[in-house]
Design a protein around this ligand. Structure first.
Ligand code: 5AD
Ligand code: SF4
Length: 442
């Protein structure tokens, strides 16, 4: 047996990329690789990339530039680009940066071991197919690495919504749901290795409609949540990201009566202006979104809401922007992400007139983020004095301290013994600091 080769993966972008990076490491484990967290002693470096906004994609090229001296020093070093930039730009990456040996898209990374073998023989390897075989099926045969108490689990991939600004339907392809039986067995396996919380991932996760375990079906996301809730030892279920138009009644009901489904919902709306929502092809109005939130809160009053916003979409006026601020005021978000519009090649919006001046978009983003931050702080402050469940994940920065996540996804630290790591305990929140909560065990 030769010495193990070392693999360094740098992950950009969303949680699904984090999940994919873990699966890639497992796939290459079968080809003799072990993970390292240092690029400079790796035998293979993979950049698992994000294409959602221009800045995210450009980062990849600057990182590749930085790897040049390393590759010059060690010509045997294999360098690969994976993820959504790989899918969108394919061969263009090797043209722009000849040091790249391997390019593989998000649907074919289970073929990495064969590609690595081709690269070892001195070839370049490119695979941006949407293959027939199921990558999850191929990958599930590999043992998953030991891990912390919280894990991601991909249940659905791709998107059929075609929002006018978004590359996802092109890079991740059409909406596909994994069969429920496979998800349940992956979850059981995770639980047997100490996992207590799963976050179900999908670009459009609440559109989930996978084959039911017994054949009749399909299962909705609510069915899947209830199926997972029956697994002993699994204590918490989360999911992300959802589209308002797929927020079905059975899922709202599950938030009311399925204890393991956490009271947190990431439900992007992007804009509060009906005119812009229409131009974005979101297929709902601001009023419909607010009514939906009201129906959800009627059944789960304490649910924490999170969202995504885009400012400076082509044609956005001051009046449109004010309507976005008004929607945010009406919802009261506990957490949110916001971005300046970034034109993506190949998307309908990229061709449109009505470009918003960058200085105007910057100022709108500043105002929007100031409002969101105020809401976030107030929601966090309102936790003080309340009792919440906390899943402890690791030791805190101070000796004798442990930290974890509350039901509402706030970071919480308490004085407490290390052996509570991996367990859910009731905690009384005593203080809100800048980005976490302090509590005490009950
Ligand atoms: N420009 C800016 N933000 C975008 N998003 C998606 N595409 C773009 C784009 N072209 C944001 C949306 C989405 C989140 C994942 O990224 O808000 O919900
Ligand atoms: Fe992109 Fe989400 Fe719209 Fe799908 S629903 S196109 S992933 S923003």
């Amino acid at each position: 047996m030769g010495e193990a080769k070392k693999l360094f993966i740098k992950t950009y972008g969303c949680q699904m990329n984090v999940y994919d990076s873990e699966r890639m490491a497992e796939a290459l484990g079968g080809a003799g690789y072990v993970a390292t967290d240092r690029a400079d002693d790796a035998d293979m470096i993979l950049l698992n990339t994000c294409h959602i906004r221009e800045k995210a994609a450009e980062k990849v090229y600057s990182e590749l530039g930085r790897l040049k001296p390393l590759k010059a020093e060690r010509p045997d070093l294999k360098i690969g680009v994976t993820g959504c930039v790989a899918q969108a730009e394919g061969e263009e990456i090797m043209r722009r940066q000849p040091l790249v040996d391997l390019v593989v898209g998000p649907q074919s990374y289970h073929r990495l071991p064969q590609m690595e073998a081709r690269v070892a023989e001195g070839h370049k390897a490119l695979d941006t197919d949407f293959p027939e075989e199921d990558k999850f099926e191929t990958l599930q045969k590999r043992p998953r690495a030991a891990r912390g108490p919280s894990a991601f689990l991909t249940v659905q991939e791709g998107c059929d919504k075609f929002c006018a600004f978004c590359v996802v339907p092109y890079t991740r392809g059409a909406e596909v749901s994994r069969p429920a039986a496979r998800i349940l067995s992956e979850a059981r396996d995770l639980v047997s290795r100490g996992v207590r919380e799963v976050t179900l991932l999908g670009q459009n996760v609440n559109a989930y409609h996978g084959a039911a375990p017994e054949g009749e079906g399909p299962w909705s996301l609510a069915d899947l949540a209830r199926g997972l809730a029956a697994i002993e030892g699994l204590e918490r279920i989360r999911y992300t990201t959802s589209h308002p138009n797929d927020m079905a009644d059975d899922l709202i009901q599950a938030h009311a009566d399925c204890d393991k489904l956490m009271p947190y919902l990431h439900l992007p709306v992007q804009s509060g202006s009906d005119r812009i929502l229409k131009a974005m092809n979101r297929k709902h109005t601001a009023r419909q979104y607010l009514d939906l939130i009201a129906r959800i809160r009627a059944r789960r009053p304490d649910i924490m809401l999170s969202g995504d916003f885009i400012v400076g979409f082509p044609g956005e006026t001051d009046e449109d922007f004010e309507q976005t601020l008004a929607l945010i005021e009406a919802v009261n978000y506990g957490q949110a992400y916001s971005f300046k519009y970034s034109p993506r090649p190949g998307t309908p919006a990229a061709e449109r007139a009505g470009h918003v001046d960058d200085a105007v978009a910057t100022e709108r983003l500043r105002r929007l983020q100031a409002l969101l931050e105020r809401q976030q702080k107030a929601v966090q402050q309102a936790m003080v004095g309340r009792e919440v469940g906390v899943l402890f994940e690791k030791p805190g920065r101070m000796p004798g301290q442990i930290v974890g996540k509350s039901d509402y996804l706030h970071a919480v630290h308490v004085p407490g013994p290390q052996d509570l790591i991996g367990q859910v305990r009731r905690v009384r929140i005593v203080e809100s600091t800048s980005n976490s909560l302090a509590g005490e065990l009950i």
